[in-house]
Design a protein around this ligand. Structure first.
Ligand SMILES: *Cc1c(COP(=O)(O)O)cnc(C)c1O
Length: 457
């Protein structure tokens, strides 16, 4: 194994450097244009809280490869487990010659997902594939076909999940026709909802639309991200999710939590549903589950999960043995290294600092999130009009300064922070210094006072 990566921000060339520029040119000539990249730098190594590029620049990682390397990239237990597995066997297909790792991942997820009812799990490869299977299972169980998803939702890029995803550009535009029987309901979005609309009222607003436009008798499932990912890290008002879940229970509608981004310790709980006191019927997990190896899961009530007929679920690679070995190592790492607590500590570093910045800068409309899933919504000064240009400018400037930060949001005006839980406080603070500085220098306003205050601390 190579020695552990030095945990520091280091820029030894312009960003992108010459090697990255050369690879970008080859990429443009070889890779389909539809597959775009956030940053023009190519990775050589990653671990802890840093990504090192092919030119030797070391970036502070606030992205975790989109919430995937929650335990850190190449986390030691994951490397070890995968190495042992790759030497034993790489694939037999669980549907042909099963293996224990798959069963152990199922047992672990049955234990770790909310609720102590009897559960079953099925494993797949990607988040989108698992969401599709959750819908298949809900339809098989209820004998109904309609599915409700929410404004700002992101559930993937396959045909059914494109239909479930809200945003047209870039996810859906030109790629239709989409799967039928998908309906959209309004979300609880405290920053943008009318004043006084609490969680219960927002749920009532959604349920009214569901009852009038779909009807519970036709509805297989309500699908929701407890904290939205791509849509803008929107945290619903308290009471919203429990009221929806209660309505689903009353009408035998399957309540599916898409925890692909929010799950597996990211928010300081195994699953974000726990923050809101909801027990979903089905939980979809993926991104953080296997430390970077492709693995996804649907876990839920045994009676619902077992509704699909024998042979109705599966896939060649679903629950691949390497990915299962990685997932077991991820779960062990989260437990042994107390990463739920670590995620809460990271929230304690990120939120207060960002709230202080917000108090000084009226372009920061909202600061929100849980654990190591925190966002800053940027707006035109003095109002709530989204400012995607400023957001892009800040992200690009941060990249040039050696900080990997991602954007999201229906309006493209949200900076999202998703550091690996293996990051140090020093790196986090340094990354926040960089963000504060580039924010102060970006857009059409002069360098703000916050710059002096925050970067000299
Ligand atoms: C990323 C994501 C998906 C899709 O996962 P893929 O592995 O990219 O298919 C689905 N739902 C949510 C909430 C996600 O963040």
């Amino acid at each position: 194994m190579p020695p552990p990566l030095e945990q520091r921000r280091l820029l030894i060339t312009d960003v992108p450097g010459p090697r990255s520029r050369e690879l970008m040119a080859r990429s443009a000539a070889a890779v389909a244009a539809g597959v775009s990249t956030t940053m023009p730098v190519f990775a050589a190594q990653a671990g802890g809280g840093v990504v090192v590029d092919v030119d030797g620049n070391s970036f502070i990682d606030l992205g975790s490869g989109i919430a995937v390397t929650t335990v850190g990239s190449s986390a030691p237990r994951v490397v070890d487990a995968v190495q042992r597995q790759v030497e034993a066997f790489t694939h037999t297909c669980f549907m042909v010659t099963p293996y224990a790792g798959y069963v152990e991942v199922a047992e672990a997820l049955n234990r770790l997902t909310p609720g102590d009812h009897e559960k079953r799990t099925a494993l797949f490869n990607s988040g989108a594939e698992a969401v599709e299977n959750a819908v298949k299972i809900a339809r098989a169980h209820t004998g109904r076909s309609a599915v409700v998803a929410f404004d700002h939702a992101y559930h993937g890029r396959t045909n059914l999940t494109m239909a479930l995803t809200a945003k047209s550009m870039p996810y859906k535009s030109g790629f239709g026709p989409f799967a039928p029987e998908v309906y959209r309901a309004p979300l609880s979005y405290p920053y943008r909802d009318e004043a006084g609309l609490d969680g219960a009222a927002a749920a009532r607003r959604a349920i009214d639309i569901i009852e009038k436009q779909v009807g519970a008798a036709n509805l297989a499932a309500v699908l929701i991200e407890p904290i939205q990912g791509e849509g803008g890290f929107i945290v619903p008002a308290d009471g919203f999710l429990p009221a929806l879940a209660a309505w689903c229970r009353e009408h035998d509608v399957v309540f599916i939590a898409d925890e692909v981004q929010s799950g597996l310790a990211r928010t300081g709980a195994w699953f974000a549903s726990e923050h809101f006191g909801v027990v979903p019927d089905l939980v979809v997990a993926a991104k953080g589950l296997a430390g970077g190896l492709p693995l996804s899961a649907v876990t839920g009530r045994a009676a619902i999960m077992d509704a699909a007929h024998r042979g109705g679920l599966g896939g060649t690679y679903g629950g691949n043995p390497l990915a299962c070995a990685a997932a077991l190592a991820v779960i062990e790492t989260i437990t042994e290294e107390r990463l739920l607590e670590r995620a809460a500590e990271i929230e304690g570093v990120l939120l207060p600092r960002l709230q202080r910045l917000q108090a000084e800068d009226d372009r920061i409309g909202d600061v929100r999130g849980r654990g190591a899933m925190v966002a800053v919504e940027l707006v035109r000064p003095g109002g709530t009009e989204p400012d995607p240009l400023l957001t892009q400018a800040v992200a690009t400037a941060a990249h040039r300064q050696g900080v990997i930060v991602l954007t999201c949001g229906t309006y493209g005006n949200v900076l999202r922070l998703l550091p690996p839980l293996a990051i140090t406080d020093e790196l986090l603070t340094e990354a926040l210094d960089v963000l504060a500085a580039v924010l102060a220098e970006s857009g059409d306003r002069p360098v703000a006072r916050v710059l002096d205050q925050e970067t000299t601390s």
